[in-house]
Design a protein around this ligand. Structure first.
Ligand SMILES: Nc1ncnc2c1ncn2[C@@H]1O[C@H](COP(=O)(O)OP(=O)(O)OP(=O)(O)O)[C@@H](O)[C@H]1O
Ligand SMILES: [Mg+2]
Length: 415
């Protein structure tokens, strides 16, 4: 059928024709904003899920809901950048938000105070002055200029929250790939949100990321438990998956026969990314409506080849031979979370020797630790791909490391 009319969206973050199966989370977000608007408190959310289940798409929906409700949205994709980049992006987004909340000429004392706080926050990005917010607002003194990210972010977010409240508005911070925030960054965000909650300000933060257990320390941990819920999103149940398969075609006036839908369900097991990719390939191969089971069978090879070439391979391409061997050994043990000692046994090594490799893979977002001592793939069906792509387990010699870097990596891998 016509490629230009192909309604499927097999791209990271691409919003599908119909976002199915996420009503509960969308409703929770609406309630969260409404309660905060009324000066009430409500737990926010950090949404976790594997690669390709629809976290970014859900955040995009949240973004729309927030904007419809006249909330200011600060969007951030965490990117393992250093602290100054995080500050820069926060500072520029907060500046833009403040200007949208109220034009500069109309700033009240509260608006001016927020602007001075944002300037102070930006100044402590780099004292050398190689970067500035390019507005001539004098930085506040003794406010958002402590040089401590958690304190500064708290000050500036409280000031911005007050400016938003004055205008009858709110500020929602949406952070994607939240597992890539450094520990100090995550702790700072949590503490800052805690401060705004204490003052019942219309400010919230919603995160989305891999189901990695955050290693939060001290106060941040207890705040996080009170401030956030941690809903998991996963593959779609059969009814939702059916809708995700048929809705886009129907919107183009094309039907899919029931036995064809059944086969598509079986192949994709309800994973949103797989549904979009298979839907796309089936559409390309089919000649006319209705789409038949035979069309799906014909499209299957192209679908698998496409997944291998893109979705799976990009992850493997970035890996060293030792990292590849580690994932291949895990795959041999199956799709479930695997014990570090078992993986080491398959590789004929001690798990202490492999600790650094495991830690690197977690750091890269390829593995996560569902519970202490275990690791699993963050990409659905990655185990099967590894068995296909690397038929033979080849373990390269473990490189000598300095004792200190090995100890550091070991510490991370034990988390
Ligand atoms: N509720 C949904 N119904 C149908 N398709 C969806 C749904 N949510 C997401 N998708 C589709 O699934 C794919 C993955 O979505 P998205 O990029 O949001 O996933 P993700 O969880 O953010 O993945 P990653 O961890 O790789 O960033 C996209 O092709 C998107 O169109
Ligand atoms: Mg995403």
């Amino acid at each position: 059928m016509l490629s230009v009319a192909n309604p499927y969206t097999p791209n990271a973050g691409a919003s599908p024709e119909n976002v199915v199966g996420r009503d509960e989370h969308l409703e929770a977000f609406r309630i969260l904003l409404q309660r905060l608007s009324r000066g009430r408190t409500n737990q926010s959310m950090i949404i976790t899920g594997l690669r390709g289940v629809g976290k970014t798409v859900l955040l995009t929906e949240f973004n729309e809901i927030a904007r419809e409700g006249k909330w200011e949205v600060i969007e951030l994709e965490a990117n393992k950048h250093d602290e100054s980049q995080f500050r820069r992006r926060m500072a520029s987004s907060m500046k833009a938000s403040l200007l949208r909340l109220s034009p500069r000429k109309l700033w009240s004392e509260i608006g001016q105070r927020a602007a001075a706080a944002i300037s102070a926050f930006a100044v402590s990005v780099d004292q050398a002055g190689t970067w500035s917010l390019s507005w001539d607002v004098e930085a506040a003194e003794g406010f958002a200029d402590h040089g401590d990210l958690a304190m500064d972010l708290s000050d500036v977010l409280v000031a911005l929250g007050e400016a938003a409240r004055e205008r009858g508005r709110g500020v929602a911070i949406l952070i994607d790939e939240i597992q890539f925030l450094s520990q100090p960054q995550l702790e700072a965000v949590i503490q800052a949100v805690h401060k705004t909650v204490q003052r019942a300000l219309p400010v919230t933060m919603v995160g989305a990321g891999l189901p990695q257990i955050a290693e939060l320390a001290g106060d941040a941990r207890s705040y996080a438990e009170r401030l956030f819920r941690f809903p998991k999103i996963d593959s779609l149940g059969p009814d939702d998956a059916k809708k995700a398969i048929t809705d886009p075609a129907e919107a183009e006036g094309v039907t899919i026969q029931d036995d064809a839908v059944d086969l598509m369900l079986e192949i994709t097991r309800g994973y949103p990314f797989f549904i979009q990719e298979l839907g796309y390939q089936v559409w390309e191969i089919s000649e006319a409506s209705p789409i038949t089971r035979e069309d799906v069978e014909l499209a299957r090879d192209a679908y698998e080849a496409k997944l291998d070439e893109s979705f799976f391979r990009v992850r493997l391409d970035r890996s060293t031979p030792l990292q590849t061997a580690y994932m291949r050994a895990m795959a041999e043990l199956g799709p479930e979370p695997q014990k570090a000692s078992e993986v080491a046994r398959i590789m004929g090594r001690e798990s202490t020797q492999l600790g650094p490799t495991r830690a690197e893979l977690i750091d890269m977002g390829l593995l996560y630790t569902p519970e202490h001592g275990y690791a699993a793939f963050t990409v659905p069906d990655f185990d099967k791909y590894m068995m296909r792509a690397v038929p033979q387990l080849v373990v390269p010699p473990v490189q000598q490391r300095t004792r200190r870097s090995a100890a550091r990596a070991q510490q991370r891998s034990e988390s």
